[in-house]
Design a protein around this ligand. Structure first.
Ligand code: ADP
Ligand code: ZN
Ligand code: ZN
Length: 765
């Protein structure tokens, strides 16, 4: 029937679990499609949503839609729509994680909502600095003295924007006005504006000119891997590989080859790397091979840049994107390949909001789009390893192994130092044993470099009262405060230092007396990276000692330290796990681990796996170049299987042993888990709520086991108490049924009680 209104289902960015139905005005009906971004009214506000479904004319808008008055959308955002395949992927992702669909879209799309909406009214929409996407130069549009008005609404609007500012970068305009590029040329021809090619301001990832390089002759092991991946890419069907290669085996070179194959076949590719590993050095290896048309998605991008990049990808102007976990949502055209480097890395799992795991979801997206996935690691996750070994496991993947280093460097020799027997070295610092001290002396004498790893930042991890033994804790969290001497925080520049909470922003000066017993006998205990750096600088006055941890500062400062290290301006680098990830520092010959077993006792079934991965990765920093490397692990538990396996680089043996443990204890990959995490400022109410939800889940026993509820090991955080329970099941379907019930019941919780469903949790703390 003519005049029948088209209705659409729209995901709006609100934490509600469903989409909303809107009417499409006739003028827009022909243009609106799945993936269109639309302005719509929501609760008295105007918001930007994404069309999930165009309802067939005459179809009732569903029970929920029927009950409410259906409002019309205001308008349609110009520019590329969210590709269908991405919409389909995000819908499944949202369902899998029980995440509100609007939140999923907010996570996945560039945050242009506010800016674009404001741009409808505001005279200026240019961000102060547009550092652009990838090309080295950028077109600027500059107003001339010509007066008068051009014809056409777009030309008028464009010129008004340019005149208001006198000049503006064209990419910023193009991000908002579709057709801006063509129109700018027309305006230039009419003499209203001038177009100028200008040098881009320096952007860390594209600052240096990178000479193009040629692929090296592949090693035999690399050839086998490349051939398998190429064959899968040629087949054009979804396939997954676990590329398990020792540190320095040349995995990156394998990725580069796979990318070249994908690019030659006109396919797009996504490369995911751990947050910490996304450095200019890494990006430069890709630029050297493929030129500057590589999109780098990093946290330093402005909203406008993010949006411009999104558009270029959606239009197929750029086909390769590198980034941390959220790059998985890049609207790459004709996706053919997804690489997940260091696939075991914890940063692929988002810890709050939509708690997705980018590695797992990479497998899903690739499967949906017939793409090939390559998961790479020197220390694969237990889950991936299980999939690769057991062809019957769900989502089985093909194992590709590289056992030797590409450069023929030998694996470093690893030795343990038993901290129970071996005491402090000449510095008197408990954690700098005699053998470690001697090894540092030797390294310095040979003018080589050392890395010392300690996973505690700050000066001293504990401040305690000697009279009553009470530790000084955070008033908002159930953890002790760490003493920092220096750093980029309020009061940090002073000489007296400050106590800080590593979970919240709380910081306070060192008190003069104990809060419990008023004794003045307050002491600092334990050693953090700051103290270690100081002790090393004192012990080796001729050495250049530097530190790398979260207190070092942002990306630029971290990069500066790594550059100094590479340029041999640092002899000893002290740091937290920031020193362990992916850096290729060929001159490092000594790696010392201050306490190898520090994280083994954490109440988490992944403690052994994480410790093992960390030790093998940190050991892998030694001897990557021409000189052989040496690793010293100080530990109180040299006989622990994690330590024994790590010193022999025995990943196989570790996996065998850990898989047996997991099977016995019924943990993944032999079961599926979901963590229901609740928090609330009021503990009593929280407890009642946790019990109620756990009871809902108990209705599904015995297929689903309910473990808890109990207070979380980290019982209080930022002023909120925390309780949780764990659901465990062999059958994912059964687990889902229980989760659906818990999810539904959680809607009835008190408004101050937050309930989070963490599917496949990676941390139980
Ligand atoms: P991984 O990612 O496995 O740790 P990389 O890809 O960083 O290893 O390679 C380690 C080193 O070996 C790098 O310096 C790299 O340039 C070099 N390399 C990789 N493949 C080859 C090859 N086929 N021939 C020579 N050198 C190689
Ligand atoms: Zn006291
Ligand atoms: Zn705190």
């Amino acid at each position: 029937m003519n005049g029948a209104l088209v209705r659409v289902e729209v995901a709006v960015p609100v934490p509600l679990g469903r989409a909303f139905t809107y009417e499409v005005p006739e003028a827009l009906a022909a243009k609106v499609a799945v993936g269109s971004r639309v302005y719509c009214p929501f609760g008295g506000r105007r918001t930007l949503g994404v069309v999930l479904r165009v309802l067939p004319v005459g179809e009732d808008a569903g029970i929920e839609g029927a009950r409410e008055t259906v409002k019309p959308i205001f308008g349609l955002v110009d520019g590329p729509k969210v590709p269908d395949d991405l919409v389909a992927f995000l819908l499944v992702l949202g369902r899998y994680y029980f995440a509100p669909i609007g939140e999923v879209f907010r996570l996945a799309l560039p945050p242009i909502e506010k800016k674009t909406a404001e741009a409808l009214r505001a005279p200026s929409l240019f961000p102060e600095k547009v550092r652009g996407v990838v090309a080295r130069t950028m077109t600027w549009i500059v107003a001339t003295d010509a007066s008068g008005e051009p014809r056409g609404p777009l030309a008028k609007a464009l010129l008004a924007q340019v005149r208001a500012r006198h000049e503006a970068p064209l990419p910023a305009l193009a991000a908002v006005f579709s057709g801006a590029r063509e129109k700018a040329k027309a305006l230039a021809a009419q003499g209203f504006v001038r177009l100028e090619e200008r040098e881009r301001p320096a952007e860390a990832y594209f600052r240096d000119v990178v000479p193009r390089d040629e692929a090296p002759t592949l090693t035999d092991e690399q050839i086998v891997c490349v051939q398998s991946i190429d064959a899968a890419l040629a087949a054009g069907k979804s396939a997954s590989f676990l590329l398990w290669g020792v540190t320095g085996s040349g995995k990156t070179e394998v990725y580069l080859h796979a990318l070249a194959t994908a690019i030659a076949a006109k396919k797009g590719a996504i490369v995911l790397v751990p947050e910490i590993a996304l450095t200019p050095q890494l990006v430069n290896r890709f630029r050297a091979r493929f030129g500057d048309d590589v999109a780098v998605l990093h946290s330093g991008l402005t909203d406008a840049e993010r949006h411009a990049m999104w558009k270029r990808l959606a239009l197929g102007e750029v086909s390769v994107v590198i980034g941390a976990r959220s790059a998985l949502f890049a609207p790459v055209k004709n996706l053919g390949l997804v690489v997940v480097d260091e696939e075991h890395d914890g940063s692929f799992k988002q810890a709050d909001g939509v708690r997705y795991n980018a590695r797992d979801m990479a497998l899903l997206r690739a499967h949906q789009q017939n793409a090939v996935v390559v998961l790479g690691s020197a220390t694969p996750s237990i889950e991936s390893m299980h999939r690769a070994r057991d062809s019957k496991a769900s989502g089985a993947c093909t194992l590709l192994r590289m056992r030797g280093r590409a450069t023929k460097a030998t694996m470093p020799e690893v030795t343990t130092i038993d901290l129970r027997r071996i005491g402090a070295g000449p510095t008197g610092e408990k954690r700098l044993s005699v053998p470690l001290h001697r090894a540092l002396e030797e390294t310095l004498a040979k003018k080589e470099q050392a890395i010392i790893f300690l996973n505690r930042r700050g000066f001293a991890p504990h401040a305690l009262c000697e009279s009553c033994g009470q530790a000084i804790g955070c008033p908002h969290c159930s953890v002790g405060l760490t003493f920092h001497k220096r750093g980029n925080f309020p009061g940090g520049a002073g000489t007296n230092g400050i106590l800080r909470c590593h979970l919240c922003d709380h910081h306070a000066p060192m008190p003069s007396a104990c809060r419990s017993c008023a004794s003045a006998a307050l002491v600092l205990d334990g050693v953090g990276t700051e103290k270690l750096e100081e002790a090393l600088a004192k012990a080796f006055p001729e050495a250049r000692v530097a530190r790398l941890d979260r207190d070092t500062g942002g990306g630029k400062k971290v990069e500066a330290v790594l550059t100094k290290m590479r340029n041999r301006e640092i002899d000893i680098l002290v740091g937290t796990q920031m020193v362990t990830k992916g850096h290729d520092l060929p001159e490092v010959t000594l790696v010392g681990v201050i306490q190898a077993d520090a994280a083994l006792a954490l109440p988490d079934f992944r403690a052994a796996e994480r410790t093992f991965q960390l030790l093998v990765q940190v050991a892998g920093r030694a001897g990557r170049g021409a000189l052989p490397g040496k690793v010293l692990l100080q530990t109180f538990q040299p006989e622990h299987f994690v330590i024994r396996r790590a010193i022999r680089h025995d990943v196989d043996g570790f996996l065998d042993e850990e898989l047996v443990n997991r099977r016995e204890l019924g943990y993944p990959p032999f079961s599926h888990l979901a963590l229901i995490a609740l928090d609330d400022p009021e503990e009593g109410r929280l407890q009642v709520e946790a019990m109620r939800l756990a009871d809902v889940a108990r209705a599904f026993t015995p297929a689903v086991e309910v473990l808890g509820p109990t207070p979380a090991p980290l019982a209080r955080w930022k002023g909120r108490y925390r309780w949780r329970f764990l659901l465990r099941a062999k059958d994912r379907g059964k687990l889902r049924e229980a989760l659906v019930a818990v999810h539904r019941a959680s809607a009835l919780a008190h408004r101050d009680t937050r309930v989070a469903l963490d599917i496949d949790p990676s941390h139980l703390l």
